[in-house]
Design a binder for this molecule. Structure first.
Ligand code: NAP
Length: 507
């Protein structure tokens, strides 16, 4: 049941005086339920409980933590239609998307459960002693990975389930042995509370310590700031804007004890199309990319926001066809009036830049929170000179850049900020000449897709969802797939330890 209260360990609590409501963007009205923003005292209580829970939770066996994660997945599924209805009423996203995202969330929890069933994920290594080594004896050293402590997780607006309350950040941190305090996203606080209840039910059924999980409401930045600055919090997971992620990163760095912030932020995901591909299958590519750009109303961090090719008749024709196909699609609802406002402002700011041309425009009247898609184009020189054109427009928008030649195309790629993905669309006969392009693109991105679209992030071990700043704050890690667990652990060594004091896996 949704009460609007905060979940502080096993207790629900509403001590604060600040309240807020979520919004139904489809109906353009506020939802009825009132939510109580966590007070300073409640944030502190959640952090104290997490600190105490960590002392127990870090020593609970992997197989028991796996049971906990699987139980969370079961409890989420048991929420059934109530969860789906609440999700849709708080996001404007369709039921199919809600169910798909629930499947992904449950799948992530189960894949982390599977990972920690044995201790190999801790990368145990043993270097046995050589007492008679000359000139000095070699000590016995045994190393593995240990959890870093309570983690603050910021729910993402665009993934109310898979990257929020019990999403990838929470699942990976709990799997690692770290308690989690979620700063619920205010746009879907009801969905967040339902999932939080599922986590608590699972924790109680599987005997996890009180404080292993808390869920805090807030409609402003204060709760998040207090959490990141709290001495008991030892790491942060975030998905959202560059402004928000950077602010939290700076805050964490200024603490007396700085802590890691793993923020996954903006990306325009460049797509490079060769002339041969344009000549051979421009129409098919225009359809595929019209679908990708408008998928989920463009509210994906992997949305293809930048399309590059050397100027040619074939590229001009492709850009026009893409524009026509994009505006022929039924516009869709955005997550929230503020996201829609952000989209309109940013889209218009970019569209107003010198040399930029709007390819096709949607003129019909739209319901309040619906977003008209837009395709724009500019030449490579203007793009290189204007950093505003390099910024993310979060929504169904893409900019096609017509480069003067291959050198300029490479220069543009080098000029881009760090990206989550890059895509190369090419024909077989192009392959022998793609080495320099791949090498240049690889420096700027976390993943390159060949002849596909960047939207759709497979959850598996080989996935990298991260990239050089500002795609993420630490390009050495991924936010998707089982290796996401590595963000919440540190290496630790035992030297010359008696066997009785060693953990089982290092004996
Ligand atoms: P956001 O503004 O970055 O907020 C994300 C979360 O961080 C919210 O819970 C927010 O709290 C908190 N937060 C933001 N700034 C903070 C600060 N200075 N101190 C403490 N907490 C802070 O992202 P959003 O609400 O999801 O969407 C806003 C815009 O972000 C979008 O329009 C889009 O441009 C971008 N975005 C990008 C991606 C991507 O994957 N590239 C994903 C989502 C959003 P409050 O909401 O309570 O203030």
């Amino acid at each position: 049941m949704i009460t609007g209260k905060n979940q502080i360990g096993n207790q629900q609590s509403a001590l604060g005086s600040v309240t807020f409501k979520t919004y139904n963007p489809e109906l353009n009205i506020e939802n009825e339920q009132l939510f109580y923003e966590a007070s300073e005292e409640e944030v502190d209580k959640a952090a104290e409980l997490a600190k105490d829970a960590f002392k127990i939770y870090r020593n609970i066996s992997g197989s028991k933590r796996a049971t906990f994660l699987n139980a969370i997945a079961d409890e989420i599924l048991a929420l059934d239609d109530l969860l789906i209805r609440t999700y849709c009423s708080e996001t404007g996203l369709p039921e199919g998307r809600a169910k798909g995202e629930r499947g992904r969330t449950v799948g992530q929890l189960r894949s982390f459960a599977n990972l920690i069933e044995d201790e190999n994920w801790r990368a145990p290594t043993i270097d046995e002693a050589i007492p008679n080594r000359e000139p000095a004896p070699k000590p016995d050293l045994r190393k593995f990975l240990i959890p870093i402590g309570p983690i603050a997780v910021f729910g993402a607006s665009n993934f109310p389930l898979a990257y929020s309350t019990a999403g990838g950040d929470t699942a990976s941190a709990l799997a690692a042995g770290c308690p989690v305090i979620v700063k619920s996203h205010p746009m879907h606080a009801g969905t967040g509370q339902l999932v939080a209840t599922a986590v608590i039910n699972a924790a109680q059924k599987t005997g996890m310590p009180d404080g292993v999980f808390s869920n805090l409401n807030s409609s402003g930045i204060e709760v998040g700031k207090q959490l990141v600055q709290h001495p008991h919090v030892k790491g942060v997971g975030f998905t959202g804007s560059i402004k928000g992620g950077r602010a939290l990163y700076d805050l964490a760095a200024k603490r007396p004890e700085p802590i890691p912030v793993f923020a996954e932020m903006g990306s325009i995901n460049p797509v490079i199309i060769t002339e041969n591909a344009l000549k051979r299958r421009a129409s098919e590519l225009a359809s595929t990319y019209a679908d990708s750009i408008t998928l989920g109303t463009g509210q994906f961090c992997t949305n293809p926001g930048l399309i590059l090719s050397v100027e040619s008749e074939a590229f001009s024709a492709f850009i026009q066809e893409l524009g026509d196909k994009v505006i022929a699609k039924d516009p869709q609802c955005m997550l929230h009036p503020n996201i829609k406002k952000g989209y309109t402002n940013k889209r218009d700011l970019v569209s107003d830049q010198s040399g930029l041309q709007v390819v096709a425009e949607y003129y019909s009247e739209l319901a309040e929170n619906y977003a008209p898609p837009r395709i724009t184009t500019v030449n490579g020189t203007e793009f290189l000179e204007n950093s505003k054109l390099h910024e993310e427009v979060f929504g169904p928008f893409s900019l096609a850049v017509q480069c003067s030649d291959e050198d300029q195309l490479l220069k543009i790629i080098e000029s881009l900020e760090g990206q989550l993905t890059g895509t190369i669309i090419a024909e077989d006969e192009d392959v022998p000449d793609l080495g320099v392009l791949v090498d240049t693109l690889r420096e700027r991105v976390g993943r390159i897709i060949f002849n596909g679209v960047p939207t759709g992030v497979e959850v598996c071990e080989s996935m990298t969802h991260g990239g050089p700043y500002p795609a993420s704050t630490d390009s050495r890690f991924t936010a998707v797939g089982i290796n996401a667990i590595r963000r919440w652990v540190r290496p630790f060594s035992y030297q010359d330890f008696p066997k009785a004091l060693l953990p089982e896996v290092l004996k």
